[in-house]
Design a protein around this ligand. Structure first.
Ligand code: BTN
Length: 323
């Protein structure tokens, strides 16, 4: 095990050198123990600049996700308090479900470097190439009835959208119910699954997939025109650890607000980030595909579409297309 506090003190002032002596004094461990810890960090992919009489400073942080660095970056109390990072799995949704059934606490986060069967909404697949995206599932235990869980999908979208804007400066926007788009191409998808008992939620799994450092050549033909990544759009590699920490922070703030004040403030935030507001959309209805203008959310989280002639239709499931 690497001592968490050794990494914390090196990460606190990443540009400054810290001597072995100073580290051993601050951590109350021997110089040999410091040296051993530095070597363990090297094994995890960290690279250091070591200068005689000055000490060490971090040159390269590993590209792979590791628990220690992530824990260091997290400023939350509940969301991500327990984290598990797996190298590869079929789907983090299934991993999280297993942990939830075993009693894992609210806020437990399962992250994978790669998914071999990443799940999307409506039976679709989620493209999950190794080391290039964020594929994570968050366990939630809201004390509420099933009919409110669609609000949690929207809340998750707001949290991720705000985190993406904050960490990359990209003006990503939301498309009902749960897609995050940039330049009309999908950058993130959210899949919220609930397990209920007598109409009440036992737990929810909020699955979040973000295309972070996927390169254009990685995408299979069928996704090239409809998907994009933060790296493609911003022109530089995005630190996944920083983005995960930002998502957890935004999520915790919004979830607390939701528990205290209900859906209304979340709905306002969602509408402000929506790219479909007052736009022409095509919706799938009982009468087939119809066109209308998206005008906002109703109190349950359904999308309100003005079909003309005074007809306002709430859309509660399925997809909408932007015209
Ligand atoms: C969608 O837009 O259709 C939803 C995509 C959700 C993908 C994420 S990736 C992490 C989690 N594990 C999965 O298998 N799916 C979700």
């Amino acid at each position: 095990m690497v001592d968490e506090s050794l990494l914390s003190i090196l990460l606190q002032n990443p540009d400054e050198f810290m001597s072995g002596e100073e580290m051993s004094r601050r951590l109350s461990i021997s110089r040999t123990a410091v040296w051993k810890q530095i070597n363990k960090l090297r094994g995890l992919g960290y690279e250091f600049e070591a200068v005689p009489n000055k000490g060490y400073r971090i040159l390269v942080k590993p590209d792979s996700l590791d628990q220690l660095t992530l824990k260091n970056a997290l400023k939350t109390k509940i969301m991500g308090a327990d984290i598990e990072i797996v190298k590869t799995t079929v789907s983090t949704q299934e991993e999280a479900r297993k942990r939830a059934e075993q009693g894992a606490a609210e806020g437990t986060l399962i992250i994978a470097e790669e998914q071999t069967g990443g799940k999307g909404r409506l039976g679709r697949k989620w493209f999950s190439p190794q080391g290039k995206g964020i594929y994570m599932s968050l366990i939630l235990r809201p004390q509420q009835s099933l009919k409110f869980t669609s609000q949690l999908t929207l809340l998750t979208g707001v949290a991720v959208c705000r985190a993406i804007r904050r960490t990359t400066g990209l003006n990503a926007g939301l498309k009902w119910p749960n897609d995050i788009l940039f330049n009309k191409r999908k950058i993130c998808g959210i899949l919220l699954e609930s397990v209920v008992e007598d109409e009440f939620v036992r737990y929810c799994i909020a699955g979040i997939g973000i295309s972070v450092n996927v390169d254009a050549y990685d995408y299979p033909e069928e996704l090239r025109d409809i998907a994009t990544s933060l790296k493609i759009e911003s022109g530089s590699t995005v630190d996944r650890t920083v983005l995960i920490a930002a998502v957890m922070e935004e999520f915790e703030t919004l979830y607390t607000l939701y528990q205290q004040e209900g859906f209304q403030p979340i709905s306002l935030l969602w509408e402000a980030l929506s790219i479909s507001n007052q736009q022409e959309v095509i919706v799938n209805t009982h009468q087939g595909l119809r066109e209308g203008i998206a005008i906002g959310l109703d109190p349950s989280g359904a999308l309100l579409v003005d079909m003309g002639m005074g007809e306002i239709m709430p859309i509660i499931s399925g997809d909408v297309k932007l015209k």
